[in-house]
Write a protein that binds this ligand. Sequence first.
Ligand code: FE2
Length: 353
Amino acid sequence: MESNPIGIKGIDHLEFTCDNLQTQTAKDFSRLGFLRTEYDESTQSELFTQGQIRFLLTANTNKSSQSRKYFNTHNEGVSKISFLVEDAEKAIETAVKRGGKEVSNLKVKETQDGLFKTAAIQGFGDVINEFVERPSTLFRPGFKKLDNDSHAKPLATRVSRIDHLTNNVPKGQMDHWVNFYKEVYGFQETRYFDIKGAKTGLKSKVVQLENNQVIIPINEPEVENGKSQIQEFLDRHNGAGVQHIALMTPDIISTISDLRQRGIQFLKVPHTYYEDIPKRSFEVTENLQTLENNQILVDGDEKGYLLQIFTDTYVGPLFYEFIQRKKHWGFGEGNFQALFDAIERDQIERGYL
Ligand SMILES: [Fe+2]
């Protein structure tokens, strides 16, 4: 079986829709160490970059634009996932042949840098999936480069790329969207979780490209006698959406210390979590007190481990994760339960449960 029939090279960018560019989300991108690098007047879009990561913030007021429609239904959130592809024409043809629903046909623009091509299919919920083929020197026609971003300064240790991004879908739809990514994109299903908290639960399956360039966990709530954190997300976002974006850092302690000084808020982890680390199956070289001071989570196996941390919600119910991998290409399965328990305790404290 062809492992990457669409020819996806990676995530080109994520588009966040908003009402205007003065939104708190823009200020938060700056606090997270992103720099404004390009701007497009016609779509009211600003490009924020860090490492290989591109976040496009769009305040398009054109009523028929997809980003504005997304905003009107869901408020702020990720309205488009753009995949960089080898050949956009082949990508859209193949995606449609494999069951994808085309929402934007192939558009080709000649530019000074070379040919710029895009097309798009419908993704999960109201999110669209764009295929973009472009010269490396050109982000998008119409964008103007900005010089010094006075709003931001880079992090002491910058994040380098998107490790994974998680989709939340309504109960009963996880397998449908797992199949979408498998059938249309040829993604592999690599993991399955069934997490049960004291009162609620969630199911999650991970689909990904073989080369780890795109990793997408898909969550659905398991509602029995209560409301789950996934259901709370769906209620707040008015439907399916990107729940969190995991950003990879080569030195999580440095990155997180810096972000804490900038006032970014993270999920709190109980002390007992750190007492239990030496009993687990992996050997951690970091000082446990330093990890606890920064509230960083650890998970792994005999071969290696990863360090990760989750922020509070920042774009509506969306949050960020920071992750450092040390010979462990797992997903933080052990922390899934710890995270779930921690959020549930928070929900109880806030009176949601
Ligand atoms: Fe994650």
